[in-house]
Design a protein around this ligand. Sequence first.
Ligand SMILES: C[S@@+](CC[C@H](N)C(=O)[O-])C[C@H]1O[C@@H](n2cnc3c(N)ncnc32)[C@H](O)[C@@H]1O
Length: 450
Amino acid sequence: MRLPRESLAFAMSTAAQAVERVRAGQALPQALDVVFNQVQLTGASHAGTRGAVQDIAYRTLRGLGKAQAVLHELAARPPAPRIEALLTVALALLLEDSPAYTEFTIVDQAVRAAAADPKTSQARGMVNAILRRLQRERASLDMALADDVVAQWNYPSWWIEAVRDAWPDDWQHILQAGNVRPPLTLRVDAARVTVPDYLQQLASHALGGRQVGERAVRLDTPVPVTRIPGFAEGLVSVQDAGAQHAAALLDLQPGQRVLDACAAPGGKSGHILELAPVQLTALDSDAVRLRRIDENLARLGRSANVIAGDAGRPETWWDGQPFDRILADVPCSASGIVRRHPDIRWLRRPEDLPQLQAVQRRIVSALWTTLAPGGKLLYVTCSIFPTEGEQQARWFETHLQDAIRLQAPGQLLPQSGTPAEPVADPPAGAAHDAMGDHDGFYYALFQKRC
Ligand SMILES: C[S@@+](CC[C@H](N)C(=O)[O-])C[C@H]1O[C@@H](n2cnc3c(N)ncnc32)[C@H](O)[C@@H]1O
């Protein structure tokens, strides 16, 4: 039996292969790329099917904790990995609060998907039996799993504990925010168009949006960037409202030498260049990601000195001329952006946190030596863990020579789906701000004494 590519069964089966890869340790975007190549879903004509597969894989990872707990209750013994992945996909879709498909469709298509794959065809009866048991025993399963925090929150237990320890008053709100589908937020290039004028452009294209930050506009409904007016011309860029603080906090002046030290794919580099005509060096250690900086800046009609290098080893790329401003948007757990990347929580391990902390200290300590007296360095992570936030800022304050700590927002905890009002920047040090809907970030700003 061969499944039509446009069928839900095909999309579920393909998503299951990507989920299986994530369970084996691969990041979801890479897993999807591999699977799309394997099933020959490349090229523009398959964009719709790729979108459906992607959507199912993302939904599954948002509901993975509960789907696996239910599977554990319903399967007499652990199924083989491919069948487990298919069942996980089907269970996650069935268990959603607002399911995307009817129960009948999900069960029927999962059984078809199992039957079509030689690796799973013998297990199609089991797939049918398990999914139908869920339908019959839903209430008793809910009761059996009432105390299972992984099933309840859809995060690994160590992650839930870490968030609860760090934010005893906010942990539920934070976990919830990470389980919501993210909005599409734009950064408006205010040098080229005002936010009210851009909102009118959106309206003339039948797109609703509202201002959620000084230059941030959130679309009422996400659409492909090809449908966003002015995107191709660089009037707007896709950037979460929480990320839009970085360039503004740098206090940029024309002509300054500015280093964006962990720059790829160039979201914040573009913002820096929109704010002031500075001499920007955009550095990243990942040569492949580096290419995206060039692409992004070309779309904005701006340019920078883009170089590959390890920010922690300036002797390999620095020309010896001090920088006036440094943005250190360092590699981190990405725990503040899990609503966009639901695979991250399942891929990270608790031991990653001390390792990341050491990497961040190595990078910032090295960058500090390249900063001019009187210059400013902004430390940024998209994390909610204090080991990558306030603990780091305190360490920098005492270990970076001649460092003065300046006002900056500190920890921005993630917020999802809260009604937003047009606002200016949040007050410095506020744990929550009024923007209503943004990822989690940490910001600390330091100046070198003259
Ligand atoms: C949080 S992302 C940066 C996002 C980027 N600033 C933006 O706004 O688009 C962190 C980046 O750090 C890069 N990176 C990791 N280790 C690095 C190192 N030792 N030196 C320079 N870049 C590094 C990664 O390749 C990744 O692109």
